[in-house]
Design a protein around this ligand. Structure first.
Ligand SMILES: [Zn+2]
Length: 220
């Protein structure tokens, strides 16, 4: 097998190799200032720091950019951020934009999985949903996977007793992604931890995740 590549589907700040760098609309300065892959969205934590109507327009005008691989991160957070009903309407507005351009959404969800799945079944969204930074109970993972979601795992995999490490082997390989998020780690360390947990060789894992990336983000 030829040497594989590392793919980081969600990172804040520049990274090595194939990486989707995430920007909140409040920090986005325009595609003329960025030449790599990116995701762009309104994070539930940052709703209050921006004019969301203008932010949605910014987002809409970026939809056709080939380097914009996903909408997000966006979603719901019971612990931090704007009032929940406002979070929900901003999230739904972003789902509609994702639907318009057929691109996946990267989802931030904290203590709101019931609401997330209610929205998912109600809207019959046709684009892939990727729940990022997954580190939750196996029952929630199974629930999300049954409803067609993808799960992305990050630094929690470095801790063998984390929920993420327990859940990973139960998630179908074609629904899995890896990420560094804001950890500052190299994506290779996350890959090595995942390969060890799954008891597979690194090149095999790389091949799976490259196939997933091509299918979900590049529509190959
Ligand atoms: Zn993030």
């Amino acid at each position: 097998m030829p040497p594989g590549i590392f793919i980081d589907i969600h990172r804040h700040g520049k990274g090595e190799g194939r990486v989707i760098v995430n920007f909140d609309t409040s920090e986005w300065t325009g595609k003329e200032h960025w030449d790599g892959y990116y995701s762009l969205g309104i994070h539930p934590w940052f709703i209050g720091r921006q004019d969301c109507r203008a932010a949605l327009q910014t987002l809409e005008s970026a939809l056709a950019d080939a380097n914009l691989l996903a909408l997000g991160e966006c979603g719901l957070d019971r612990l931090v951020g704007a009032p929940f009903s406002e979070q929900e309407s901003i999230f739904i507005a972003q789902l509609e934009l994702a639907e318009q351009c057929g691109k996946p959404v990267v989802i931030h969800c904290v203590r709101a999985f019931n609401e997330l799945l209610r929205i998912k079944s109600k809207r019959k969204s046709s684009v892939p949903w990727i729940v990022h930074g997954f580190n939750n109970k196996p029952s929630i993972a199974a629930w999300l996977v049954d409803r067609g979601c993808y799960l992305s795992f990050g630094k929690a995999l470095l801790h063998p007793n984390s929920n993420a490490a327990k859940v990973l082997p139960a998630v179908p390989g074609d629904r899995t992604f890896l990420e560094t998020d804001d950890s500052g780690l190299g994506i290779d360390s996350i890959y090595r931890a995942a390969a060890a947990i799954l008891q597979i060789d690194l090149p095999e894992l790389q091949q799976h995740l490259e196939n997933n990336f091509n299918r979900v983000f590049l529509h190959d």
